[in-house]
Design a protein around this ligand. Structure first.
Ligand SMILES: [Zn+2]
Ligand SMILES: [Zn+2]
Length: 641
């Protein structure tokens, strides 16, 4: 056995109550709640609020659950649960659950991302986590983190940051699952599914961490990362994670620990080392040279243990090696992979050179134990220095003003609206045909329609110097027949402004519901903004989709079919957001449906109705270049509302 086990001090006497009594000095104790793996979507789908529930338990708001004090929560990630990258719906649900806090504030939570929180790499490194986990407080409106309200200010980047509480330095390291395969989830065009559980950091993150450790040997140092180091806590040996705890995507042998080191994260020149072992080698060398640990604690999640006494690979949830204490703190979820929800509370006492690490069971599923402290797994760990406590944290409202908190339940999307009946309508194609500038002049045509020849028409919204079609969910604007059978390329574009996020809302399309047709620019049934075109060579829809909740102001959607580049693409606000292959030589206009704005193309009964405003619809029989689309965005914006 190459390392010493920690000696547990099992409490024989009745444990002291954790809640602070009034005559204790509140400044003398500092409590770090260490959590991981809430996997919010997996639990909320089954009706359990994996974060809100445990927060309420800690704050004494749940009957029969013992309350406890905490000064900060450090969370090791896996806030999401999907085998695909998370979306804004998951972000809103996360913040809705944090909003359960009554006695704490959002900024007392310090997050790092887990493997499930990563996007595809072409969507930008750490994008979802930066918006919703937001250690730097750059997206306060979404994350609820205001950097000014941090009790201990954060320095660094989303990928690696530090903060100090008393004489304790926290080094927070992100997992980088937004990387090419096998390290990460790959490119969106491949659409791979899986957790890609093996851990990864960049060389730059390792170098930063090492320097911080060397420069701060006078402090207590705690590192948090989603993954354990190799051969430390439970199941962290090579090959021990899969299949008992983790899937095989991205390398089964390293699924339970920090396995990859990314030398270059540029996808075009991606370089990495498997089983890199650089942290372990550094800690080992330091320990050999100095006869003491280089840091005090490494706190990780990711491996959902089967209860607090789980032991796998002859390793448990608390271990010491190289003079460092290692803690496994997962998981808060009950339903992702199936576990007994638990977390750990680390109690630091001013002047003391040991800490107490307790386990809290968040439900009563583990061997008949009640909700609360599981004392058999409590332990004491040594520190390299005596703890100097920070001043007590002042109380502030839980969230800064301006945070968007949804009260919408995270559930199945509402069904799209029922079909509407329609009568014959005027042909509106003439001005488009003669002007040649792309625009359909719909606002002008609507204004001119004094004798109501346009059936089921939207109302005309007029702003300062602009106007738009305003749809209430019962209307459409049937433009008419535009023959496209010899179009090899197409660009369709429209400004939209909607607060509705219902599935199945069409902006512009030439397609009847139920029969594959020509093209659609719409908010699809999976609630993504989508450009799709029927590829009659591949016999399928080619779909370019982008998911966002953030459309409560004007945005320009532009869809392009380009037979020369063999691509269907979607641009939002002049920027390309998604792309898919295209094999046909021209658009499929074989069923000769009408071009319609705000609904599908059926003549008598229409559906997929839009709710909100649409402005300046354009249609071009060619593929606009990226530069032309950027120009269109900057020159055609409606007056902002
Ligand atoms: Zn997890
Ligand atoms: Zn994980």
């Amino acid at each position: 056995m190459p390392f010493a086990r920690i000696l547990f001090l099992i409490l024989i006497l009745t444990p002291l109550p954790r809640a602070q009594s009034a005559d204790e000095s509140p400044s003398k104790t500092f409590r770090v709640w260490a959590t991981s793996c809430a996997h919010v979507p997996a639990d909320i789908r089954r009706g359990r609020e994996s974060l809100a529930d445990v927060i309420r338990q800690s704050e004494g708001l749940v009957k029969d659950a013992p309350a406890f004090e905490w000064d900060i929560m450090i969370d090791a990630g896996d806030l999401s649960a999907h085998q695909h990258p998370p979306g804004d719906r998951d972000g809103y649900e996360l913040i809705r659950q944090y909003h359960a806090m009554r006695k704490h504030r959002r900024e007392q939570i310090y997050n790092v991302p887990g493997n499930h929180d990563a996007p595809y790499y072409d969507h930008g490194a750490g994008t979802w986590f930066q918006k919703w986990g937001d250690p730097l407080g750059r997206h306060t409106e979404f994350s609820g983190v205001d950097s000014e309200r941090r009790p201990f200010p954060v320095e660094g980047t989303w990928e690696r940051y530090r903060f100090q509480a008393g004489n304790m330095l926290f080094l927070m390291l992100a997992d980088r699952n937004d990387a090419p395969e096998p390290v990460g989830r790959g490119h969106s065009k491949d659409g791979r599914s899986g957790g890609y559980p093996a851990g990864a950091v960049t060389r730059a993150t390792f170098d930063w961490w090492k320097q911080q450790v060397l420069d701060n040997q006078d402090k207590i140092i705690v590192t948090m990362h989603h993954h354990a180091l190799r051969d430390t806590t439970i199941a962290s040996g090579r090959g021990e994670g899969n299949p008992r705890y983790h899937g095989a995507s991205g390398g089964a042998e390293g699924s339970s620990y920090l396995y990859y080191l990314i030398e270059n994260d540029d996808p075009d020149d991606f370089q990495f080392i498997s089983d890199a072992h650089v942290f372990e080698a550094f800690l080992d060398n330091f320990h050999k040279q100095h006869g003491r640990g280089a840091i005090d604690l490494w706190v990780a999640g990711h491996t959902h243990v089967h209860g607090p006494e789980d032991n796998w690979g002859d390793k448990t949830i608390t271990e010491t090696r190289w003079g460092v204490g290692f803690l496994q703190v997962a998981a808060l979820t009950r339903h992702h992979g199936g576990s007994h929800p638990m977390s750990r509370l680390l109690t630091f006492v001013d002047g003391a050179s040991t800490i107490k690490a307790d386990v809290y069971l968040h439900d009563d599923s583990y061997e008949g134990n009640p909700i609360g402290w599981y004392d058999a797994a409590s332990g004491t760990l040594p520190l390299r220095h005596r703890f100097v406590a920070p001043p007590p944290i002042k109380s502030l409202p839980p969230f800064p003003p301006g945070t968007r908190i949804t009260d919408e339940p995270y559930g199945k999307p509402a069904p799209s609206r029922p079909l509407q009946n329609a009568s014959a309508s005027a042909d509106l194609t003439q001005r488009w045909k003669t002007s040649g500038q792309g625009t359909l002049h719909l606002e002008a045509l609507l204004k001119a329609d004094k004798d109501n020849r346009i059936d089921r028409k939207p109302s005309l919204w007029t702003g300062d110097s602009t106007s738009a079609l305003e749809f209430d969910g019962n209307q459409r604007m049937l433009v008419g027949s535009i023959k496209m059978e010899d179009w090899t390329d197409l660009t369709v574009s429209a400004w939209i402004n909607t607060s509705k996020q219902s599935p199945g809302m069409r902006v512009v399309s030439k397609d009847n519901i139920g029969t594959p047709g020509n093209f659609m620019l719409w908010h699809d049934l999976k609630e993504s903004w989508t450009m799709q075109a029927w590829d009659d060579k591949a016999r399928r829809w080619q779909t370019a989709s982008w998911h966002s909740h953030d459309v409560r102001r004007w945005h320009l959607l532009t869809g392009v079919v380009d037979s020369n580049r063999k691509k269907v693409s979607l641009f939002v606000d002049g920027q390309q957001k998604a792309e898919s292959p295209w094999t046909a030589g021209s658009l499929d206009d074989s069923d000769m449906t009408d071009l319609v704005v705000g609904a599908d193309s059926n003549n008598q009964r229409f559906g997929h109705v839009f709710v909100g405003m649409i402005h300046d619809v354009r249609l071009y029989p060619r593929a606009l270049t990226a530069d032309e689309i950027t120009d269109l965005f900057s020159t055609s914006a409606p007056t902002m509302k």
